[in-house]
Structure formats: C-alpha cells, structure tokens
Write a protein that binds this ligand. Structure first.
Ligand code: ADE
Length: 234
C-alpha cells in the first residue's frame, strides 16, 4: 500500500503540513511524535525528527518498521553551495552524500561509506520530477533546480568550509539530515526525495541570514510537498 513518510528536522518544517492533514493517530517513539493520517487524501505519516543525521536515520527506520511507509519525503531548509541558488530558491535532490564521512586514507572516495561501492545515494527520479513540477505550479516565482545535497553534523557558516564542500563534493546545498535519510531509505529499498528551500549562503553571512529567512524558506518547502503529494499516487 502507498504511504508517504514526511520528515522535517524542525517543527517549522512540518507544522504547516500537520495543520493541513486529516489526523487519525499520534504515536510516540524514540521521543518523536508520528502524526498518522491523510494529506490531500493520500496516506501519510508526518514527523519532526530533530536535528542531525542520527535523529534522521532513526526516524527513517521507525517509519519503515512501524508505519510501513512506501516512500520518504524530506522537507526543510539548507544553505546554498551553488551561486545559482539564492535565498528563497528550492533545491530538489538528485542525490545526497555524507560530507563528514572520510575514509579516503583507505582509497574510498570522499563522502563514500566504506564498502557501499558508491559515493552518493540516488534520489527516486519520479519523486524528483514530481517535486520539480509541483514547485513550478505552486511557487511559479521561485527558482527551482535539482542537484546534490551534502549533509553533515555541522552548520556550515564559513567560506573556507563552503568552498571545500563545492570543490570536493560538487554540492549544491548543505544541511544536516538529507544523506542520513537517503542512506536509511537505500538500506530499506524505499524511494526518497529531499526538498530544501535555501535559508542562507552557508558562508560568513549564514549566521545573520539563517534566522531571518528560515521560516519563509521552511514554508515554501512545505507548500511544495503539499502540492506534490496530490500527484504521488501511482
Ligand atoms: N540548514 C540551513 N542552513 C544550513 C547550513 N548553512 N549548514 C547546515 N545546515 C543548514
């Protein structure tokens, strides 16, 4: 059966969607509240996982084991690593990787989880296309592109680190959960997509910009998910 798990790291990222859903149950697990019901008549479970990759990975496993989700959507905000992505724009994942995984000393690519055989987790092409299409429809004035999400347990706010994430990984945006969600989805053979609205430029201005643009960016990403869910049933 089709059921989408919708994950946001922060309450801001899921509160709009929770308001719009028809709720059937709230289940607590691992200190997370899982809101089960429908959104635009589509079965969903909406959850705030908390910040960082451990929270995100645990959340994915619970969504798979306890709620039997068939698809995973991650909505939220990110710092831009691409000059073509300005604050307020949206990045839809083509793939995602862990920028803080480094076993290069033993010949692995930067970001590659040893013995996986690849560097980045591929997002589901149908979900990515649906998200791009939904964005153009619901947010016609917002620039949307697909690209690479790079994730680590680190808020990126320096030009040096930003430049390294660009040269080393060709990342388009930086955030703190996407690769863990992608990794968990891959291990469980569940298709996923990450949708991130840009809240800052991941450089020395990030500290100023992030609090100012976080709320609007989170709303844009959530609006896209709400629209996208309508076309998601096979
Ligand atoms: N989320 C939003 N902006 C971010 C940044 N600059 N680094 C990591 N995560 C983010």
């Amino acid at each position: 059966m089709f059921k989408a798990g919708i994950i946001g790291a922060m309450e801001l990222e899921v509160e709009e969607l929770k308001k719009e859903m028809t709720l059937s149950a709230v289940v607590k697990k691992a200190r997370m509240d899982f809101f089960e019901g429908t959104l635009n008549n589509v079965p969903v479970v909406i959850v705030r996982c908390g910040i960082g990759k451990v929270n995100a990975a645990l959340c994915v496993q619970i969504l798979v084991d306890e709620f039997k989700v068939s698809h995973i959507i991650n909505t939220g905000v990110a710092g831009s690593l691409n000059a073509r992505l300005d604050i307020g724009d949206i990045l839809v994942s083509k793939d995602a990787l862990h920028h803080d995984m480094d076993v290069t000393i033993f010949g692995y690519q930067p970001g590659e989880v040893p013995q996986m055989g690849f560097q980045a987790f591929e997002a589901d092409t149908r979900l990515t296309a649906l998200a791009m299409e939904a964005c153009r429809k619901v947010n016609p004035d917002i620039h949307v592109m697909s690209g690479r999400v790079v994730s680590g347990d680190q808020f990126i706010s320096s030009k040096e680190i930003k430049d390294r994430l660009i040269t080393q990984f060709r990342g388009d945006c930086a955030e703190m959960e996407g690769a863990a969600i992608a990794h968990g989805a891959y291990l469980n053979s569940v298709p996923f997509v990450i949708i991130r609205a840009i809240s800052d430029k991941a450089d020395d201005s990030a500290e100023m910009d992030y609090p100012a643009f976080e709320a609007a960016a989170a709303r844009h990403s959530a609006a896209l998910v709400k629209e996208m869910i309508q076309g998601i049933l096979p």
